[in-house]
Design a protein around this ligand. Structure first.
Ligand code: NAD
Length: 372
């Protein structure tokens, strides 16, 4: 037995978790093991073969209930590479001009949209009109109005709309949620979410307003927004926010560099959060109640997530988030499974309403009331 396995077994991590859990970086290419599953397989086409698309595709090799079967890309050379890497047939390959024809392809159930944020709205609506389930990356859209239009389009088309909220399936996160629901932290009083990193290349789409919809808030601050809701179990009723910008060349008008924001909840609990593209070492959640606390760091990165509560270390299994997410999404679509925290379009619209409110509060300096 090698020393890594020995170490993990001492931590009480199962063989399955070991198989699914690279300690850092990329998912290992574990072939699908469907031996104990004979239900339907969610056949997925990925749209947008960029860095996160590649991560999802690699992670899907470990899925039991989902399989990568198609691609949509504007770059023929990438399609060729993915075809040979994942055994994708020519008939399941599309580009951005012709992908509406996916409507006539009975071998694809769902399209996973992993393109720049500003494109999600139109692409998801086209997927819905083609009669396929839509899985969309976060942020689902660049404002609540566009998000609601996506929800409505999927409802009209009778397809599911799910959003890549991978933390909603992460075992340590779910344990904190379980403890909070069971009253083990007492009455929740406060949440802190710190999310950020120093962004590189100034020419990338994340710093282009039309493609990103905004700056750090759209990309990384959304984890603190969404986390404040699943950690406290409440939806905010007011928002305040303050923006600071140190580099007006890199972070142009409409691209936020750093925003600190606060939420008030119906119970009287509050949240204080930071979203930034200008600092590292920020991936931390802290939840405080009258009887206890939870702290997680890293709290939303690819893993391993680490944390402790007043009762001790969180030692739930380490997972490859995207593998679990895709298997769980297959169960949501085929079995009507209800996740502990929703991952549907309505959940995403709540976050988008909060993003709209944060930008408004930062711009005006006013306290903004919200109703989710
Ligand atoms: P990326 O730049 O690595 O990839 C984007 C892909 O979209 C590229 O393949 C690019 O060619 C393609 N694309 C299609 N049309 C384009 C256009 N008009 N302009 C630019 N690119 C175009 O970005 P990424 O990191 O893969 O992010 C994609 C999406 O995934 C974003 O919405 C992002 O927020 C999300 N994401 C989510 C997570 C997560 O953990 N859930 C992590 C990273 C990214």
């Amino acid at each position: 037995m090698n020393s890594r396995r020995n170490f993990l077994q001492k931590l009480g991590i199962t063989a399955l978790a070991l198989q699914l859990a690279p300690i850092a970086g990329w998912a290992e290419s574990t072939p699908n093991d469907n031996s104990d599953y004979d239900g339907p397989i969610l056949r997925v086409a990925i749209m947008g073969l960029g860095s996160y698309g590649e991560r999802v595709a690699e992670a899907m090799r470990g899925c039991k209930k989902a399989k990568l079967v198609g691609v949509i890309s504007g770059t023929p050379s990438k399609i060729k590479t993915w075809q040979s890497r994942y055994g994708i047939p020519d008939k399941n390959c599309y580009n951005y001009e012709n992908f509406d024809a996916i409507k006539n392809n009975p071998d694809i159930d769902a399209v996973y949209v992993i393109t720049p944020n500003g494109l999600h709205h139109d692409e998801v609506i086209r997927v819905a009109k083609a009669g396929k389930h839509a899985i969309c990356e976060k942020p689902m859209a660049i404002n609540a109005k566009e998000g609601q239009e996506m929800v409505d389009a999927c409802k009209t088309a009778g397809v599911k709309l799910l959003v890549g909220y991978r933390m909603h399936f992460e075992p340590k996160t779910l344990e904190v949620i379980r403890m909070r629901k069971a009253g083990e932290f007492g009455k929740i009083k406060f949440f802190q979410g710190l999310c950020g990193f120093t962004i590189g290349d100034p020419t990338q789409w994340r710093l282009n307003k039309k493609l990103s919809g905004g700056g750090s808030m759209m990309d990384i601050g959304i984890y603190a927004i969404n986390g404040s809701r699943y950690m406290t179990g409440e939806d905010p009723i007011w928002v305040t926010a303050q923006e600071t910008k140190t580099d007006h060349v890199k972070f142009k008008e409409g691209i936020d560099e750093t925003i600190q924001f606060q939420f008030g909840f119906p119970s009287g609990a509050t949240a204080s959060c930071l979203s930034t593209y200008a600092m590292n070492n920020l991936d931390r959640f802290f939840l405080d109640g009258t009887k206890g606390f939870a702290e997680m760091q890293p709290s939303t990165g690819y893993g391993p997530i680490m944390g402790r509560t007043n009762k001790g270390e969180l030692n739930q299994p380490i997972t490859t988030h995207q593998t679990v997410q895709m298997d769980e999404m297959a169960a949501i679509i085929f079995e009507g499974k209800q996740p502990v925290v929703p991952v549907d379009g309505d959940e995403a619209v709540k976050d988008l309403k909060l993003i709209d409110a944060i930008y408004l509060a930062a711009r005006t300096g006013n306290k903004v009331d919200v109703k989710l």
